[in-house]
Design a protein around this ligand. Structure first.
Ligand code: GLY
Ligand code: MN
Length: 462
């Protein structure tokens, strides 16, 4: 964990946003895989981790604004538990680690909250995303679990998002470490992208790297020759000379800060002429997008700049045509680039997505578009120093999407469908890096992972 003062300061900052009421933060519990005693790897809730720092199950944090009191609720483990689990710190010891003065056994929490409710104290809590937590919270505060959704505290969500969006130096250092793990994962994947290797071989090795150097992967890795499927988690294909391997994978540092990197490697070590052309368009779009990043710029404009560069590049090779500004405005480029340019990243790889994407990536000055493609943009609002997010343009040839648009003659003034047919089995290319907004511009985080054509080819051949 960080020094306890970090957690004390974070809670002080949060408390400043509230004049009255009580904040209840739920830690996660163990999650059963196929029977209760056989669990998935434990993952603490990120907001709990941010304010209460303890990476252990069965804990609840309470911040009582009216009484200016913080309490850690949890279980005191029995001797029988300790026989199986080893020595367990007392709640009081855990609370001391994070500068919290009060600790109470969990079975007092329900009564404690009831008493507060009877005194009309407002209890602020965040949206839940696990069934067991929804039931537990509903039970604790006496609400119907199906109606809990309407009771989450917008004020608390906004306060948490505002605070967690601005990364401190200690957080950036953790992300840089997660990037170093990603460097090892991606350069290994590039070297392994050889004919006759199964995607699973690479996926297993890079996941192993993430576990040996950190806390494991930050999301299920995409290691696929079918990169046109954006979130492709199938790893059963055998790689053949001439395939493009999209590897989209990241790790969590030991304190659970994420990295999220994508590289596309030619299997066998050499891009074909056609692949290289598309690759260079994606790379140019990414570099130009990154160069725009600075405080005050709206991320939706960075996204649209990348889209325009993609449209211009595709028109140069005959896939798009016409007035390209009009094409991008209408959303025609989304046939090839159907996702958003990037998302916030921190303790979650899609940072705070559990609190609601619109709270994280949009604000009163930036509303979400409903246009296909642009609607998927997770971060659109004005950038501020301390934001960390991904920059991940891509070009994909998705046969089902091509067929549907072609049949409808959609954007036929902007898309040359005859030429597109020549690419229908091309697959996809994505290039992704992780960026910090500084006071005056940006910093690409981590040790540079090869992405120039010559460098990727050299690694793939090595
Ligand atoms: N890297 C996968 C994603 O951002 O959705
Ligand atoms: Mn990403």
């Amino acid at each position: 964990m960080f020094d306890k003062q970090v957690y004390i300061d974070r809670r002080i900052e949060l408390k400043k946003k509230f004049k009255t009421g009580l904040i209840l933060l739920l830690g996660n519990d163990e999650s059963a895989m196929n029977y209760a005693g056989n669990t998935y790897a434990f993952r603490q809730d990120s907001t709990f981790l941010y304010y209460f720092g303890l990476d252990l199950p069965n804990l609840f944090g309470v911040i009582d604004i009216d009484e200016n009191k913080e309490i850690l609720f949890g279980y005191e483990y029995s001797l029988e538990d300790i026989v199986w689990m080893g020595h367990q710190p007392k709640l009081k010891e855990l609370a001391a680690l994070i500068g919290v003065d009060n600790s109470e056994p969990f079975d007092r929490l329900e009564k404690y909250l009831k008493a507060k409710k009877n005194k009309q104290v407002k209890i602020h809590f965040l949206p839940t995303y696990r069934g067991d937590q929804t039931l537990k919270l509903a039970n604790l505060i006496g609400e119907n679990p199906y109606r809990l959704k309407s009771k989450f505290s917008k004020k608390l969500i906004e306060a948490v998002v505002a605070q967690r969006s601005i990364k401190g130096e200690e957080e950036v250092a953790e992300i840089e470490y997660a990037m170093e793990i990603a460097y090892q994962m991606h350069t290994t994947a590039m070297r392994m992208a050889k004919p006759d290797i199964v995607e699973r071989d690479i996926a297993g090795v890079i996941e192993g790297i993430s576990l040996s150097l950190g806390s494991g992967v930050s999301f299920p890795p995409i290691v696929s020759k079918n990169g046109q499927t954006l979130h492709n988690h199938f790893h059963g294909n055998v790689l053949k000379e001439g395939d493009l391997l999209v590897c989209d994978a990241g790790a969590e540092s030991l304190l659970h800060y994420a990295s999220d990197i994508t590289r596309t490697t030619p299997v066998g070590g050499k891009f074909s002429y056609k692949q290289r052309e598309i690759y260079e368009i994606v790379l140019t779009a990414q570099k130009n997008a990154i160069n725009m990043i600075k405080p005050g710029v709206k991320h939706v404009d960075v996204h649209l700049t990348a889209a325009k560069i993609i449209a211009a590049g595709l028109s140069q090779i005959g896939l798009m045509k016409g007035d390209l500004n009009a094409a991008v405005k209408a959303g025609a480029h989304a046939l090839f680039f159907p996702h958003g340019l990037g998302h916030m990243m921190g303790l979650d790889v899609h940072d705070m997505e559990n609190l609601g994407e619109n709270f994280v990536g949009y604000d009163e000055n930036t509303k979400r578009s409903d246009q296909f493609g642009l609607a998927y943009l997770r971060l659109a609002k004005e950038l501020k120093p301390g934001f960390v997010f991904t920059c991940e343009p891509g070009i994909y040839f998705i046969p089902e999407l091509i067929d549907q648009w072609k049949a409808k003659k959609k954007f036929k003034n902007f898309i040359n469908y005859d030429k597109v047919e020549e690419y229908r089995n091309f697959g996809g290319i994505r290039i992704e890096d992780n960026i910090l907004v500084t006071q005056t511009g940006y910093k690409v985080l981590g040790r540079p992972i090869p992405k120039e054509v010559a460098d990727v080819e050299a690694w793939a051949k090595s």
